[in-house]
Ligand binder design. Structure first.
Ligand code: SF4
Length: 415
């Protein structure tokens, strides 16, 4: 039974890693696709929310998946798909359209309902679509730019400003408009929680105060839970007030490997050392609680996986959850860079397994959907699957040890 469950968990983890790291291409003769991240950017995952399962019609899990047009430079690495003929009909009486990936995974896009116009005329499907993340998570931000980009020190993978510059939109989104978006979304969809993010303007403290005010309004007007994301702040009262309206917080270091961090995030690395992050995480844990503070490590830049795991462990020991994020391509600075994890499936699997074990051993493995925003979603990663595997594996290791220790020692004379 254990073996069955462990094998199943391992197989799910492997499938998840291959989907997240390589994305998919659509079958021949499908409608043309757009790689959102390369075109409209934003700061979230690069994909489209899909149900994912081992059988057609299995809607218990979701994934935010990159779908590459055939002419995208990463399409050659993506998993190919074909249409699966399902006789079941959807609510509108049409035959269900299910994608089958050749590794035995079935996918179906999570439907998004979006009808209506906002008072400021912003009703573009592109802008609204990017807000619907996996597992009913709605993503909102109030500043679609960043102090680091302004100073030519932006993170080299970040595409927060792409749509703003392409469509000549305002960098600021007023609270009123954000709330209108959210209310429209809630009226037509099943929204579970809100992730509140923003490019940093002026200072992280000022940004945090603006997000605090928006989070308060969201709680008051919709009752939804909120997950907030900021750069390190050292104002205890701000963290305390944030913890009163948000259930979890992300303070993303981005890379535990300092060489990569300095090269890829020059601005963030210049203003805050890893020690600054540790101090802020500790403060945040004291208000939000153990396992409610999140950081991430992006992979794809040929980083040292041992260094990442040491960082994951240091963070876990003070109550911080680490997640592995896949490189978001689309920023012109990266050009046609192929992420280093492509072709390293075994090492990437081991990285996830080891990370999963560390999270479980340090009790920072709460993967409940009841968590707010990204922490309750984990839709663009393989963290939930890594934890599920590690929970089974660590029970097995402990039980084996227990059996060895409690076995009578017949070799000892006189017993
Ligand atoms: S974890 Fe979920 S909500 Fe957060 S960025 Fe990924 S898909 Fe979006």
């Amino acid at each position: 039974m254990w073996l069955d469950n462990e094998e199943k968990a391992l197989s799910n983890l492997k499938k998840r890693i291959s989907l997240c790291s390589r994305g998919i291409t659509m079958p021949e003769k499908s409608n043309s696709t757009l790689h959102f991240q390369s075109n409209v950017g934003f700061a979230g995952p690069q994909g489209t929310s899909c149900y994912v399962g081992n059988a057609p019609g299995d809607h218990s899990n979701q994934i935010s998946l990159s779908i590459f047009p055939k002419d995208h430079y990463l399409a050659q690495y993506a998993l190919s798909t074909e249409w699966y003929e399902n006789n079941d009909q959807d609510e509108s009486g049409k035959k269900e359209k299910i994608l089958c990936v050749k590794n035995g995974t079935y996918l179906k896009r999570v439907p998004i309902n979006w009808k209506g116009t906002l008072s400021d005329g912003r009703k573009s499907n592109i802008l609204s679509k990017k807000r619907f993340h996996a597992y009913g998570t709605f993503c909102m931000g109030n500043y679609w730019y960043c102090r680091h980009i302004q100073q030519n020190e932006g993170c080299k993978y970040c595409t927060i400003n792409l749509s703003i510059e392409k469509l000549n939109l305002s960098k600021w989104m007023r609270d009123k408009d954000n709330l209108n978006y959210l209310k429209l979304a809630v009226s037509q969809n099943s929204i579970r929680s809100v992730t509140l993010t923003s490019g940093t303007f002026e200072s992280p403290e000022r940004t945090g105060r603006e997000l605090l005010s928006l989070a308060r309004q969201i709680r008051e007007e919709t009752g939804l839970s909120v997950h907030v994301q900021i750069e390190p702040v050292f104002d205890r009262s701000l963290l305390k007030e944030l913890s009163e309206v948000a259930d979890s917080i992300a303070i993303f270091l981005e890379f535990f490997d300092e060489n990569v961090r300095k090269k890829i995030c020059p601005g963030k690395a210049r203003v805050n050392s890893q020690e600054d992050y540790r101090k802020c995480w500790e403060m945040a844990v004291s208000y939000f609680g153990w396992g409610k503070v999140v950081t991430s490590n992006i992979i794809g830049f040929d980083e040292d996986y041992d260094v990442i795991l040491k960082g994951v462990e240091r963070a876990a020991k003070i109550g911080v959850v680490s997640t592995i994020q896949w490189l978001r391509v689309g920023n012109p600075i990266l050009g046609n860079m192929v992420p280093s994890y492509i072709g390293k499936q075994d090492e990437v699997l081991e990285l996830h397994q080891e990370m999963g074990k560390i999270l479980v051993e340090n009790s920072v493995d709460n993967i409940s959907f009841k968590n707010s925003g990204c922490l309750g979603c984990l839709g663009c990663q393989a963290t939930r699957e890594a934890v599920k595997w590690a929970r089974i594996a660590s029970v097995k290791i402990k039980s084996k040890l227990f059996r060895q220790l409690s076995r009578p020692n017949y070799a000892q004379p006189g017993l």
